[in-house]
Write a protein that binds this ligand. Structure first.
Ligand code: SF4
Length: 323
């Protein structure tokens, strides 16, 4: 690897700056050699698949180039595969995490490669999830990163190398660093203390009482006591009142730590409905199958005393089956 690592720049320019400055790395929670071998296996799989899809020769030369060198202002990157006939870069990632961070980081890395490679016109991220078909990747098309963003990322690192400030963190908490496979979390968060807000004095006793009630309601809901729905509704009312008294993030009152967490927007697709309506086709399965979890159809028992509408026992022993 020559110069600053483009793969690190894609994840976080501060990480790339630490690498450029020769910062000592943390003790990693995984074996980097094993990761390296896994990466090589998937690169080889991708090269074979690309060769069978687009041919192994083009214009009298090999069509598939592995470890394609991509020069950029602060070093050299190495893209996993380049298909000459398509002018297409392929970058492989593999993960068994349900987090979207490995995908997002991989896409940005590929966009940077396409931006800096003078011959490439597009890229494909080949994402392998060994749980869902060891050697068949999810393929996502990528264009070049826009010029302004790519230049800003490079300038961030250049400025730190010239003795300026480090680029800002992309992580708001040290727990997020490992998701980016960052080897500099300890240095980056050295001396960092999680901010804990104090509740306004005149609201303290009300917040304490609400916190106590919230915990009690939560317990009752978890134990599925009768009136669980009522407990849940009351807990939502308690939360509504807490929103007016407690700031976002972590805060404390006597005996309780409260964490007001912002949950991002989420999406779901009623796939069964889309299938019944004929909107979900084999082509969608081919493209998105790797992202779908399926539960196999099965039988189950429901048993109740005759004349009693209430269910007293249910047996359902079907486990999740990977797609
Ligand atoms: S811990 Fe997060 S913010 Fe800090 S260098 Fe690593 S990825 Fe960047």
């Amino acid at each position: 690897m020559d110069g600053v690592r483009l793969s690190q720049l894609a994840k976080c320019s501060r990480m790339a700056a630490y690498g450029a400055l020769g910062t000592l790395t943390d003790e990693l929670p995984y074996d980097p050699e094993e990761s390296w071998f896994r990466g090589k296996v998937y690169e080889a799989v991708a090269a074979l698949r690309a060769g069978s899809e687009w041919g192994t020769e083009y214009d009298g030369q090999p069509n598939i180039e592995r470890q394609r060198v991509v020069p950029w202002p602060l070093g050299e990157g190495h893209a996993d595969v380049f298909v000459r006939s398509e002018r297409l870069l392929i970058e492989c990632k593999s993960s068994v995490s349900d987090s979207d961070i490995p995908l997002v980081d991989g896409m940005r890395q590929l966009q940077l490669y396409v931006h800096f490679d003078p011959e490439a016109v597009a890229g494909e991220l080949w994402f392998f999830d060994p749980r869902k078909g060891a050697f068949k990747p999810l393929r996502i098309r990528a264009e070049a990163m826009d010029v302004a963003t790519a230049e800003r990322l490079v300038d961030n690192v250049r400025q730190a190398m010239d003795g300026g400030d480090l680029p800002p963190r992309v992580c708001s908490h040290p727990k997020m660093g490992p998701e980016h496979l960052c080897p500099f979390v300890e240095t980056c968060f050295d001396g960092w203390v999680e901010p804990v807000a104090r509740i306004e004095r005149d609201a303290e006793s009300e917040v304490e009482a609400l916190a106590m009630e919230w915990l009690d309601l939560k317990l009752r809901e978890t134990e599925k006591l009768t009136n669980a729905k009522g407990y849940h509704e009351r807990r939502k009312e308690v939360e509504e009142r807490l929103r007016a008294l407690v700031p976002a993030g972590k805060s404390e009152v006597e005996g309780y730590t409260l964490n007001r967490i912002q949950v991002g927007e989420s999406y779901s697709l009623p796939l069964k409905k889309a299938m019944s309506m004929g909107l979900w086709t084999d082509a969608h399965n081919e493209q998105f199958g790797q992202l779908i979890s399926r539960r196999k159809g099965h039988e189950r028992f429901q048993i109740a005393p005759t004349g009693d509408d209430e269910t007293v026992a249910e047996v359902d022993d079907a486990g999740d089956v990977p797609f």
